[in-house]
Design a protein around this ligand. Structure first.
Ligand code: KIV
Ligand code: NA
Length: 265
């Protein structure tokens, strides 16, 4: 079997097929999603919060993204792997973006990269696409700009909605193969999805986008504390793992692990 390609993704939109995307940050987790048939896996810089212990995505480095992306590629055989370009690895301009994306493609083996920004990133997207690197864009709430915009719903009000539409068209014109819409009103995301010929990937963007993405630790219940309203929790891994670990600890303290069946003679 071969990997899913960006061409398969384009065909899905033509056929009106919706598809799921999940983040992953390590080979083991990614292999579960690959075996489950998730067509696109994003090595998101949400690794900053969800895997590396930072408070935001801002500190994540290209070295870290390269290491995590390589692990996800090694753990999978069929999924298209998209590597996130972290903050500071493409804002200087198209040449910096190409140098950074090239590392993710050559050293990690990703099939595509993602970067944040609409009109402001269109030159970066264009050069990457010309160089043969498929690009997923990301507009609406862009977490790398948290210090400037906070974590607020984007595209509310006529002016902001028009800007989001301009951003969506700009990334499509620049050659992006898909665009993430994060935390935008469902009606606006539906309009963007109708207007564009490339697929939209929603997170907190309602039901009408072509694809849906969730952060894996959120959807499987591993993230501590409250998760955003747009997350559906499909499992409670934090409780499952916590209970299992406590049972192990009790067994060791109480002398009921290991038993003879776990021992060699
Ligand atoms: O880093 C990430 O997980 C993302 C998704 C939320 C789209 O960018
Ligand atoms: Na991201």
């Amino acid at each position: 079997t071969r990997r899913i390609t960006v061409r398969d993704i384009a065909l899905a939109k033509d056929r009106g097929e919706k598809w799921p995307m999940l983040t992953a940050y390590d080979a083991m987790t990614a292999s579960v999603f690959d075996e489950a048939g998730i067509p696109v896996i994003l090595v998101g810089d949400s690794a900053g919060n969800c895997h590396l212990g930072y408070e935001t995505t801002v500190p994540v480095t290209l070295d870290e993204m390269t290491m995590l992306s390589a692990a996800v590629v090694r753990g999978t055989t069929r999924s298209l792997i998209v590597g996130d370009l972290p903050f500071g690895s493409y804002q200087e301009g198209p040449v910096q973006a190409l140098r950074s994306a090239t590392r993710l493609v050559k050293e990690a083996g990703v099939g595509a990269v993602k970067l944040e920004g609409g009109e402001r990133s269109h030159e970066q997207i264009r050069l990457l696409v010309e160089a043969g690197i498929p690009v997923m864009a990301h507009i609406g709430l862009t977490p790398q700009s948290v210090n400037a915009m906070g974590y607020r719903v984007q595209g509310r009000g006529e002016e902001a909605a028009q800007q989001l539409l301009r951003d969506a068209k700009a990334v499509q014109d620049a050659g992006a193969f898909a665009v993430v819409l994060e935390l935008v009103p469902a009606e606006l995301a539906a309009e963007v999805t109708r207007v564009l010929h490339i697929p939209t990937v929603g997170i907190g963007a309602g039901a009408e986008t072509d694809a849906q993405v969730l952060v894996w630790t959120d959807m499987l219940g591993l993230t501590p504390g409250r998760v955003p309203k747009f997350v559906k929790q499909y499992a409670d891994l934090r409780t499952v793992m916590g209970d299992a670990v406590k049972a192990f600890a009790e067994d060791v303290v109480g002398g009921t692990f290991p038993l003879d069946e776990h021992s060699v003679h």
